[in-house]
Every structure is written in structure tokens, then in C-alpha cells.
Design a protein around this ligand. Structure first.
Ligand code: GAP
Length: 472
């Protein structure tokens, strides 16, 4: 194909990504052999690599590159008292309405112009709260035994709060410091949908940054917003596809004094293209005090008679004891995967109207870093050399060997899954011990000695640097 003056087109809508994701092994509809399960998705061989690379980038950036953040991995199922005192049992609701005509149920805030999204009627029941925590039962107990009730966590954050003292004392931490956790969360969403954007089972990357009650909390929210904008840029998400939304007071969660959402342009084809990618909240001292045995209310009564610990902090310099405040950047893994895929998607069309899809993933996120391709698969020496190169690269970077098509087809397939480099072994390689390295984005080719190949690729694969954190 001749692409002298290519025209690049970004992803026009989520459906384009759904189709690429299924065709190329990123994400499959779940339980397909039984007709599927609404809004559940399985990550395929390339999707699991992409999502792992995002989580690793996040973990490296916060837990390794900074000196003020620890990581943990808490249980998904916690004592149900955690959810009583966190406020989730009483307030983690969506407002639900029934359409009296078609009997379907909807989130009240998603009804536009008082019309049923399914049948168009305008006859709804009064809205009522619907708790979105998913319930389960623990142990071999009677069906109606209330002591068996447990929840699948709706946020990873609470596992961090209840471990605050464990982390602080074992790691000898002084304020300010943060605790990061990545893992699954569950919400019984009334209207899940839009591919992996809203599902009932999803993954979060949350960090609770503990600071003094006298810190400049609002400035810290701005600081973390800026940090995350840089991190998203390092993942290849363009700034023009992100938008900052200051959540109005009336819409703040029960624990928040200020929240800024980072929105992504998930719906470029719509008049309202934005949906939340993540939120950065000032959660005050709500969480640590609510789980503490010594915290008293205005009338001098313990707010938590069930807790056996006090999650307060003794500040040596001021000789004061207090409940730290928290700044919480809470991001979704799945929504980041979708944003990254949408931003990386490009179609390259030549003057004849022929189109190729190129996934311009940053090298650090690409599921496969190098594909080793033999020019002639019926030539044992070439095949042997290509397989040996693949094996020699594997300890330093993820490489695959592929001989399942002609070279043009193999290049196109790797472009479509975002592989930054194709390494071709040809007849001349047998003579000069060199291979051709082809760049995904420019299609330029370079001849590189096999002995220099690993170092050459590693240099070009280096993650895009993020500016070091400013001192707090
Ligand atoms: N601890 C605070 C918290 O959980 P949230 O705004 O409810 O805040 C944080 O969730 C992030 O988790 C969201 O910005 C989104 O990326 C992701 N998320 C929440 N619900 C989701 C769902 N049903 N499906 C996919 N991702 C979801």
C-alpha cells in the first residue's frame, strides 16, 4: 500500500474500539457461550497485558518513584461494620424509577425530558433509593441469618482506612504520606453499559494521601489533579481529551468537602462527550474518625461503639493528637484502558482510500514490544534464527514470533495491536548477523546488528518521563 500522504483519523466512537478489542483479543463479551451476561467483559491475551501495564505504570509512579507512598492489598470482603460506619449502608444509593408502561427500571438522573429510554412513555413511579452494594453470605448458615450478610467492596479505599495504623506504625511513617491500592470493586449498577465504562465488577487504583488537619487541603487537591494530568499524558492520553469538572457542593459524596473529576471525551460523536475517568476528593477526617473508638459526637457520645481501635495520629513536633485528613485520587483501571485505547486508535488512509488501523500505544503500554518475523517461513535457517532472537529478547522485553502470513499482513496485524517494533529476519541476516527493525508509527526501517538489538530496542522503549514530584 502506498501511504505517501496519509490522513490520520482518531476513534470516532466507542463501538469502533469494541470491534477492534474483540477482533484482536483485547476484550471479549463475558459468558458468550451462555448468551453473555449484561455488561460483563473478559480481558483477552492482549487486554490483560495492556491493563497490567497501566497498573504497573501507576504503581511504579506512586509507590516506587515517590518516597511518600506505601502499597497494600486488602481483602475484597471486609467486616460489614466497615460499610455501616463508612456510611455506605445508609447512603450508597442510586435513585431508581420504574416505567409504569414497559415495567423497566432506570436511574432517575439518567431520564432525559421525562421520557422512558426504552418505550418513550412518560409515566414513572416516585423515585426511591436503591443501595448499590452487592451482597453475599458467608459460611454455612441459615438463609435468613443476618450475621452472615457481607458485601463485596464498592471501593478499595475502606481497606486502606482500616489499615491506616498498621501501615503507619510498621513503616514508621510521619505525615504527610499516602497508601495506594489497586483491585476489584463491585457495584450493583442499575444501568451499566458503554462497554467497559460502567460495569458491575471493575478495578480501581486508589490512593489515600494522609495530611494534617491544618494542611492546605484545597491546594493539595489541585496538586494531585496536576500530577494525574501528567500521568495520563505519560500514557499517551492527550490533554485536549481531558476536562476538569469541579463537582458542585450539592452533588458531593457524604464524605467530601471538595471533589474535582477528570473527565475524558468518551463520546466524541455526542453533544455531551464527557464522562468521568477519575475523581480527586478531599475526604476530610471523616473516614479515620468514623472507624475510631474514641471519637465523640457533639453530645459526648462515642460515634463508633463497635470499633476496638483509635485511628488517630500523634504529631511529635506539635505534641498534638488528631485524625488526619485525606486527599484521595480515585481512578478506574477499566476507564483508563478505554481512554488509552481511544486515544491510541488511528486510521491511516492513502490516496486510493485504503485504510489501515494503527494503535499508537506508548511503548510502555504496548502489550507486545517486538514481533520477530521471518521473511521466509520455509527456510529452516531463517526460522531458527528468528526463534532464537525471540528467546534472547524475552528476558528483557515481551517479544513474540509470528510466521502465520506474508510480511505485509504480519506488519498490518502488529500495527493494529500497537506493537512498536517489528524485527524481520531475511536471507541477508544469515550472512551479516543483522536484522531490519521497522517502526510502527513512521514505518521507517533500520538495519541493526543482532548483538546490539536488545539494547537498541530497550533504549527506544523507555517510558516517557514524568516530572519528579515537587516537595510538599
Ligand atoms: N473511593 C472513591 C470512589 O470510589 P468513585 O468516583 O465512585 O470514587 C472512582 O469511583 C473511579 O472508579 C471512577 O472515577 C471510575 O473510574 C471508577 N468506577 C466507578 N464505578 C465504576 C463502574 N461501575 N464501572 C467502571 N468503573 C467505575
Amino acid at each position: 500500500m502506498n501511504f505517501v500522504n496519509p490522513v490520520f483519523v482518531p476513534a470516532p466512537n466507542i463501538d469502533t474500539i469494541v470491534s477492534l478489542a474483540k477482533r484482536r483479543g483485547f476484550v471479549f463479551p463475558s459468558s458468550e457461550v451462555y448468551g453473555g451476561l449484561g455488561s460483563a467483559w473478559d480481558y483477552g491475551p492482549l487486554g490483560v497485558e495492556l491493563s497490567n501495564n497501566i497498573k504497573q505504570s501507576w504503581w511504579r509512579w506512586l509507590v516506587y518513584d515517590r518516597d511518600d507512598i506505601e502499597g497494600i492489598d486488602s481483602s475484597i470482603i471486609l467486616n460489614s461494620l466497615v460499610w455501616k460506619y463508612s456510611g455506605h449502608e445508609a447512603t450508597f444509593h442510586d435513585w431508581l424509577v420504574d416505567c409504569r408502561n414497559c415495567k423497566d427500571r432506570f436511574r432517575a438522573d439518567k431520564i432525559v425530558d421525562n421520557k422512558c429510554p426504552k418505550c418513550g412513555a412518560s409515566d414513572f413511579t416516585e423515585s426511591r433509593p436503591f443501595n448499590t452494594m452487592l451482597q453475599t453470605r458467608l459460611g454455612a448458615v441459615a438463609d435468613d441469618d443476618p450475621s452472615a450478610l457481607a458485601y463485596l467492596r464498592p471501593e478499595t479505599a475502606q481497606g486502606i482506612f482500616i489499615n491506616f495504623l498498621n501501615v503507619q506504625t510498621t513503616m514508621r511513617r510521619k505525615l504527610p504520606f499516602g497508601v495506594a491500592q489497586v483491585g476489584k470493586s463491585f457495584r450493583n449498577e442499575i444501568t451499566p453499559g458503554n462497554f467497559i465504562l460502567r460495569t458491575r465488577e471493575f478495578e480501581q487504583m486508589e490512593m489515600e494521601y494522609f495530611v494534617s488537619p491544618s494542611a492546605e487541603h484545597s491546594k493539595l487537591v489541585d496538586y494531585w489533579v496536576e500530577q494525574y494530568l501528567e500521568w495520563f499524558a505519560s500514557l499517551g492520553v492527550s490533554r485536549e481529551n481531558l476536562y476538569l469538572y469541579e463537582v458542585p457542593q450539592k452533588d458531593l459524596a457524604h464524605y467530601s468537602k471538595r471533589t474535582v473529576d477528570i473527565m475524558y471525551r468518551y463520546f466524541p460523536e455526542r453533544e455531551k462527550p464527557w464522562e468521568e475517568l477519575m475523581g480527586i476528593a478531599w475526604r476530610t477526617d471523616f473516614d479515620l474518625s468514623t472507624h475510631s473508638k474514641n471519637k465523640l459526637d457533639a453530645e459526648g457520645k462515642r460515634i463508633n461503639p463497635d470499633s476496638t481501635e483509635d485511628l488517630s495520629y500523634f504529631d511529635e513536633p506539635t505534641k498534638q493528637r488528631f485524625y488526619p485528613h485525606v486527599i484521595e485520587p480515585a481512578a478506574g483501571v477499566n476507564r483508563t484502558v478505554l481512554a488509552v485505547l481511544m486515544d491510541a486508535y488511528s486510521e491511516k488512509t492513502n490516496d486510493k482510500g485504503e485504510t489501515r488501523v494503527i494503535l499508537k500505544l506508548t511503548p510502555q503500554l504496548a502489550p507486545i514490544k517486538a514481533a520477530i518475523l521471518p521473511l521466509a517461513k520455509n527456510k529452516p535457517e531463517i526460522v531458527g534464527m528468528a526463534k532464537a532472537i525471540k528467546r534472547s529478547l524475552q528476558p528483557v522485553l515481551r517479544a513474540v514470533y509470528d510466521d502465520t502470513g506474508g510480511i505485509g499482513k504480519l506488519y498490518a496485524r502488529q500495527d493494529e495491536i500497537g506493537t512498536p517494533f517489528c524485527v524481520t529476519v531475511d536471507h541477508q541476516s544469515l550472512e551479516d548477523e543483522a536484522v531490519t527493525v521497522r517502526d510502527r508509527d513512521t514505518w521507517e526501517q533500520e538495519r541493526i546488528k543482532v548483538s546490539d538489538l536488545a539494547e537498541h530496542l530497550q533504549k527506544r522503549l523507555k517510558p516517557y518521563p514524568i516530572a519528579p514530584p515537587e516537595a510538599q
